[in-house]
Design a protein around this ligand. Structure first.
Ligand SMILES: Nc1nc2c(ncn2[C@@H]2O[C@H](COP(=O)(O)OP(=O)(O)OP(=O)(O)O)[C@@H](O)[C@H]2O)c(=O)[nH]1
Ligand SMILES: [Mg+2]
Ligand SMILES: [Zn+2]
Length: 306
């Protein structure tokens, strides 16, 4: 018997597949590991798979249907292997915090570049906004940076229930990936959106002000009437993969909007005279931190950085 379904939980050794409302625990066939993208995880949450039961009634995943899209990163700077965070998603929400912990802007930019490259709409959730009452300028500057780049930034506090209505609106009818550093409050948010879910959340370490990697496996939960939300383990670095230096600026929406005015059609927006992008940076129309990320990533052969 063969069933088709969506992978809703992936632990690396077994997979939970949702087939016609039924949850089936599956393993994967050895040879599946060899096919396709070289990645540390051959089957990921969001994958549409075929599974079959063997003579003993054990289920195995025997095929993965082509992915509509996915979010991929280099797993670490030492390894050449890639890690696919999730597949077949309608939107990625990157959860970021300005304190407890501090999310690096370059990390955000690398994540957004990957979303652009794989045509996944991205929304930024500025989380733990309750901790930022004393820092309205920092919040305003953050909004300015990313809204001028073309992204929606939603201020949220999962613990205080701020900003959740807009998040729920975006979730409706979609498969949404929730990603970000450890400890930014991804699982707390998912648990707040659907309090019937039993989701473990963690603390922030007192000495390092970082998360403790509480969520260890990616899980997709049904949400609202017709949506799904994917809670993922916190990630440290975001190494870019399959993104060419020459094309890098195509993944900055604000550069795309400006580059038509550059004097040279093949402008790299680094040193050329008559470059409209560098001009827009000088005028403050393009955020300096975004341009800085562009230059750093161009400079970084390995494309890996925190
Ligand atoms: N002040 C404040 N704290 C929050 C908020 N949301 C979450 N936290 C706290 O942040 C800590 C980490 O929350 P988690 O939801 O476990 O974070 P996570 O992003 O899922 O972390 P990983 O699973 O390790 O990736 C917990 O102590 C939460 O109580 C918020 O809106 N405001
Ligand atoms: Mg978590
Ligand atoms: Zn230019």
């Amino acid at each position: 018997m063969i069933n088709e379904g969506v992978v809703v939980r992936a632990t690396g050794s077994w997979y939970e597949v949702l087939c016609d409302g039924q949850r089936i625990n599956c393993r994967i066939r050895g040879k599946l590991r060899l096919k396709g993208v070289r990645s540390t995880n051959p089957v990921v949450v969001g994958d549409i798979v075929k599974c079959e039961s063997d003579a003993n009634g054990e289920w195995v995943i025997c095929d993965i249907l082509p992915r509509r899209n996915y979010i991929i990163r280099r797993a670490s700077n030492l390894s050449k292997e890639s890690h696919i965070i999730a597949a077949n998603i309608d939107r990625a929400m990157i959860v970021v915090t300005l304190i407890e912990p501090v999310t690096a802007l370059e990390f955000i930019d690398r994540f957004l570049i990957t979303c652009e490259a794989y045509k996944v709409p991205a929304t930024i959730l500025l989380a733990k906004i309750d901790l930022l009452a004393e820092a309205p300028e920092a919040v305003e500057a953050f909004h300015q940076t990313y809204q001028s780049a073309g992204y929606e930034v939603i201020d949220i506090s999962a613990t205080e229930g701020i900003g959740l209505e807009r998040v729920k609106e975006l979730l409706e009818g979609n498969v949404t990936l929730i990603s970000g550093n450890s400890g930014v409050g991804k699982s707390t948010l998912v648990g707040k959106i659907d309090p019937t879910l039993d989701i473990r959340t963690g603390e922030i370490s007192e000495s390092f002000h970082k998360g403790k990697h509480t969520t260890t496996f990616s899980t997709m939960y049904p949400i609202g009437n017709n949506g799904f939300i994917i809670d993922t383990p916190g990630i440290k670095g975001f190494g870019l993969i399959e993104i060419d230096d020459k094309e890098l600026w195509h993944y900055f929406p604000e550069m795309i909007a400006t580059a038509g005015e550059c004097r040279f059609y093949n402008c790299t927006h680094t040193h050329e005279p008559g470059c409209a992008v560098t001009e827009a940076v000088k005028e403050g129309k393009i955020a300096f931190s975004r341009y800085e990320s562009y230059l750093k990533i161009l400079d970084d052969d390995d494309k890996y950085r925190k």
